[in-house]
Design a protein around this ligand. Structure first.
Ligand code: TGC
Ligand code: FAD
Length: 389
């Protein structure tokens, strides 16, 4: 196991022993069971499906929850687990985000006790795969405009519409689908694997998050039992509150990708010689390495403070937006600088940098684009809505 990792400001001292243990368990899993899988699966554009159950058995899905087999750890431990998963590949962290912070979170927050008993144990253990279908072909940043409808018909709901860019939808046993009801109010509906009228297709040709399955979905008079509606989910705030948990995980996760880029670039720069000396000795190269250390350190402090505020139940959506916005941008910039330091070698998957760089283009966009978070924070500090309308 890698003994050390970038920790310029002694973050280690601010963690509890349980948090360190959770991080080390995730790191060990990544190094012993995942790293050898990554390049072949990334090249093939496939997720190593057998890891889904294994990650459940290690308690990686919504580990900040206590019931139904969840690990009952702190939000900081959750963040550290996401960091270690994303150090390997954003697709691995994405699986944990979609399964845990989105699907499990939605059923946990808005489901009935019967729904908890029925679906949560299988999702928490990873025996069942979940997905969270909010985005539509015509509505990404503005999910409030969604066109998918759920019409009540006796003891069933009939869903019509489509969703796009949905992680794991084509293999999901349990799909949390957000749709507007007869009153035009957003609700959450659980669509099970073989629901009649449901169709899905994986999106091919992705250059980013290749080690992750992403799908389109269509609902054509798709009938589900009325008891599959999440009773407590009423309005757009329901899916947005799940996104808050996932965005906090991303704020931590991307630090893992950034550290991997930095450490790769540092080692390369010390070994690679040009003009008769290691390129690490050139001022311009040092400036890039220093920028990475500086921004990763700031991102670590931001992420830690964020999850400590979440542990105290004292965080606002705009504060979460700020951490997601800053840290995803920071990681993408680190990947770009690391790619530059590696020269031509930086475009080869012999090194992890180009893979992280391509992945981070997705992370910059999903869970609210960089600019959508700019406007969310802008609205918070000015009281003025610049989203349009
Ligand atoms: P707005 O009026 O602001 O809000 C509607 C209601 O929601 C409440 N709210 C929140 N609640 C909890 N957490 C948040 N972060 C919240 N933000 C808003 C708000 O108080 C209001 O409540 P109420 O009771 O008054 O109705 O809604 P808006 O239509 O103006 O939109 C705001 C905006 C643009 C920020 C929002 O729509 C947004 O976040 N858009 C981005 C969409 C997005 O992030 N989609 C992500 C899809 S899932 C995904 O990408 C998964 S990838 C996962 C992975 O692989 O890791
Ligand atoms: P758009 O909303 O069309 O935005 C395009 C551009 O316009 C962006 O630059 C944006 O910032 C800008 N823009 C939009 N509105 C404004 C404005 N008011 N002011 C200024 N600029 C604006 N979604 C799910 O529901 N579930 C998933 O599991 C999921 N997984 C994903 C996996 C991958 C690999 C990807 C790429 C996406 C995934 N998404 C998922 C979708 C993701 O959340 C959306 O892509 C994202 O919310 C942006 O929506 P969009 O792509 O439609 O872009």
């Amino acid at each position: 196991m890698t003994p050390t990792s970038l920790d310029y400001y002694g973050i280690e001292e601010l963690l509890t022993s349980d948090e360190r243990a959770a991080r080390d368990r995730a790191r060990r899993f990544v190094e012993e069971e995942v790293m050898r899988e990554i390049v072949p699966h990334h090249r093939a554009g496939k997720f190593p499906e057998h890891l889904t159950g294994r990650m459940g058995s290690l308690g990686f899905y919504a580990p900040y929850l206590k019931e139904h087999g969840c690990a009952g750890l702190s939000y900081t431990a959750y963040g550290l687990i996401m960091q270690e998963l994303e150090r390997a590949d954003s697709g691995l962290r994405s699986l944990a985000s979609v399964q845990g912070a989105l699907t499990i979170q939605a059923i946990h927050s808005f489901g009935s006790p019967e729904q908890h008993t029925r679906w949560l144990p299988g999702l928490v253990s990873g025996e069942q795969v979940g997905c969270f279908a909010l985005t539509e072909h015509r509505h990404g940043s503005d999910p409030g405009g969604m066109e998918t409808r759920a019409r009540r018909d006796g003891d069933q709901y009939v869903l019509n519409g489509s969703k796009c860019w949905i992680g794991n939808a084509s293999i999901a046993d349990v799909k949390v689908v957000w749709a507007k009801d007869d009153e035009g109010r957003v609700g959450g509906f659980i669509v099970e694997k073989d629901a009649p009228g449901f169709r899905t297709q994986d999106i091919e040709g992705k250059f980013s998050l290749r080690m992750s399955r992403t799908s389109e979905c269509w609902f054509e008079n798709c009938r589900i039992p009325a008891e599959n509606r999440l009773p407590q989910a009423s309005g757009l705030s329901a899916p947005l509150s799940c996104l808050a948990q996932a965005r906090a995980g991303i704020a931590w996760g991307v630090i893992g990708a950034a550290i991997d880029c930095y450490e790769t670039a540092l080692a390369y720069a010390k070994a690679r010689e040009q003009f008769g000396r290691p390129i690490a000795g050139f001022q311009l190269v040092q400036e890039k390495l220093v920028w990475m250390v500086q921004e990763i350190t700031k991102a670590q402090l931001l992420a830690l403070r964020l999850t400590r505020m979440m542990e105290a139940d004292a965080v606002t959506p705009a504060q979460i937006s700020l951490a997601k916005r800053n840290n995803a941008w920071m990681a993408l910039e680190c990947a770009r600088k690391a790619r530059d330091i590696l020269g031509a070698a930086g475009i080869s998957d012999r090194y992890p940098v180009i893979r992280h760089l391509m992945n981070l283009e997705t992370v910059y966009t999903y869970e609210g684009t960089h600019d959508i978070h700019t406007l969310a924070i802008g609205r918070d500090i000015t009281g003025l809505d610049a989203f349009g309308g």
